[in-house]
Design a protein around this ligand. Structure first.
Ligand SMILES: [Zn+2]
Length: 107
């Protein structure tokens, strides 16, 4: 198994996905984000939802915002819908996907 350069718990299973950062040739660089896998419908892909607070100066208050990021999901991680995950930026894998799930943080 490859060292991806980030301190994460490596998956216990193996896979032959060429877009898996641990077992394939995909390199990761750029942003690291945490989120929740809200929808796993397409094969090897997950929609990651992230909630964050944005400060609104006029009202001196924070508003809650959310964003959805499509990410590639290697089968060796065993992520199910509703799990919180760590995603990392990678090269664009398709029109919308340029992130890959690298760790399952919890159910
Ligand atoms: Zn893998």
């Amino acid at each position: 198994m490859k060292n991806i350069g980030i301190d994460v718990k490596p998956p216990t299973k193996s896979c032959d996905d060429r877009f898996c950062p641990f077992h394939g040739s995909l390199g990761i660089r750029g942003k690291l984000l945490k989120g929740k896998a809200v929808s796993i419908k397409a094969k090897d892909m997950a929609i990651i939802e992230r909630e964050y607070l944005q400060y609104i100066k006029k009202y001196m208050m924070y508003e809650k915002r959310r964003s959805r990021i499509p990410a590639h999901l290697p089968p060796c991680l065993g992520v199910n819908e509703g799990d919180s995950v760590m995603i990392a930026e990678c090269r664009p894998l398709s029109k919308t996907v340029s992130f890959v799930v690298i760790e399952k943080l919890g159910e």
